[in-house]
Ligand binder design. Structure first.
Ligand code: ZN
Length: 334
C-alpha cells in the first residue's frame, strides 16, 4: 500500500499528468505510483525542505526514517545525502551471502538504496566518497588510502555544500560528534556536515559550489537510547514475548549518560513505522529480516515509543524546547 493511495484508471492518470504538467513538477519515475506521488507533491507541497546526511546506504533507514516518511506524506521535500557508497560493508544477511552478491556488492547497494528511497518517498544523492570500513583488531589496522575518513573535512564538505545550495534545505539532520556509534565514516560525516552547514550561506566559501543558501536549523539524530530499549524490553516481557535487549541492558554502564539527556525534539511518527521497515528490508544485504530491527511488534512500538529523537544544535528561528517537530518555527518565507 502506498501512503498517498493509488488511483487507477487511465483517464485519471491523464488528468493527473495534466495537473502535474501545469505545475511544472518534475516526475522522478514513470510508473503510476510515481505519477500519483508527483500529483500529491504538487497538491500538498509546503515549500519546506529537510536534508538528512548519512554515512552509508542503510543508515537513512535505521536513523530517522519514519520521520522522513511522515514529512514526505505531509508535503515537505526530503533529500537523503549518502557520503559513501558502502563498498566496505560486509554481507550481514546470511541468506544474501553468496559469491554472486559479494562480487557485485557496490552495484547491489546502489539498487538497495534506490528501493529504500522509494519506500520513504525521499530524493537521494550520493556524495561519491569511498567507504572507510570499520577497522577491527588491536591495534586496529590503518584506514585504506583514499577512503572518506581520510579526506579532510574542508575538502569533503564541498560536494555537500553544493548539495545544500541546490536543494536549499530549511532543516539539516546529521550525526553527533560521536557519530551515533564509533565508525570512522559516521564520525567524519558529523565533521563534514558541520563544515558544510556553516559554509553554505557564506559567498566567500566554496564559490564554485553554487549560490549561497542559509539552512535554519541543524539537528543530530539520536537512535540508540537506553530508555527506549528498556521500555521495549519491559513491554515485550509483559506480553510474554522474548526480548533481545536483556543482555544489552545488563551490560550497559549505569553511569553512562543516556542520549535522552541530549534530546530536544521527539517527532511522532508511529504511523510511518511500516515505511521505515520497508526501507530497512530494501537493504537486503545489510539487514537480516530475522534481526533485532524487527524484534518489537509494531503495535508495541506505537504504544510504547511512537517517536524518533533529535537534538537541536543550531537554530536561526524562534522555537521552544522540548519540540515535537523539526520544522517548528520554520516557515517557507523564513
Ligand atoms: Zn553506517
Amino acid at each position: 500500500m502506498h501512503r498517498v493511495g493509488i488511483i487507477h484508471g487511465e483517464s485519471i492518470i491523464r488528468a493527473v499528468l495534466a495537473a502535474v504538467g501545469r505545475r511544472g513538477v518534475v516526475m522522478r519515475n514513470n510508473d503510476t505510483e510515481g505519477i500519483v506521488a508527483a500529483m500529491v507533491e504538487a497538491e500538498k507541497s509546503t515549500g519546506l525542505r529537510l536534508m538528512a546526511v548519512h554515512a552509508h546506504p542503510d543508515d537513512e533507514s535505521s536513523k530517522g526514517a519514519a520521520t522522513m516518511a511522515r514529512y514526505v506524506a505531509e508535503g515537505h521535500q526530503v533529500m537523503v545525502v549518502t557520503c559513501t557508497g558502502g563498498e566496505a560493508g560486509s554481507v550481514l544477511n546470511a541468506a544474501m551471502d553468496t559469491p554472486e552478491v559479494r562480487g557485485r556488492l557496490t552495484d547491489i547497494r546502489r539498487e538497495e538504496m534506490a528501493r529504500a528511497a522509494k519506500a520513504l518517498g525521499v530524493e537521494h544523492r550520493w556524495l561519491g566518497f569511498i567507504d572507510s570500513g570499520l577497522p577491527e583488531g588491536d591495534p586496529p589496522p590503518p584506514l585504506p588510502e583514499g577512503c572518506f575518513a581520510l579526506v579532510p573535512a574542508e575538502e569533503a564538505a564541498e560536494p555537500l555544500v553544493r548539495a545544500i545550495r541546490e536543494f536549499k534545505p530549511h532543516v539539516v539532520v546529521t550525526y553527533d560528534e560521536n557519530g551515533g556509534y564509533p565508525h570512522p565514516d559516521h564520525i567524519h560525516t558529523h565533521a563534514v556536515s558541520i563544515a558544510a552547514y556553516d559554509a553554505a550561506a557564506d559567498p566567500e566559501r566554496y564559490p564554485a559550489a553554487g549560490e549561497p543558501w542559509q539552512p535554519l536549523k541543524l539537528y543530530y539524530t539520536h537512535g540508540l537510547s537506553r530508555a527506549r530499549m528498556r521500555a521495549f524490553h519491559e513491554a515485550l516481557l509483559a506480553e510474554g514475548l522474548e526480548s533481545p535487549y536483556g543482555e544489552w541492558l545488563q551490560k550497559w554502564d549505569p553511569n553512562k549518560p543516556d542520549v535522552m539527556d541530549r534530546v530536544t525534539t521527539q517527532v511522532p511518527c508511529g504511523e510511518y513505522f511500516e515505511y521505515r521497515d520497508e526501507a530497512l528490508r530494501s537493504h537486503a544485504t545489510q539487514i537480516d529480516p530475522n534481526s533485532r530491527w524487527f524484534a518489537v511488534p509494531l503495535h508495541i512500538q506505537r504504544e510504547v515509543w511512537p517517536t524518533e529523537e533529535y537534538e537541536l544544535v543550531r537554530s536561526l528561528v524562534d522555537t521552544s524546547i522540548p519540540e515535537n517537530d523539526l520544522f517548528a518555527g520554520v516557515t517557507a518565507e523564513s
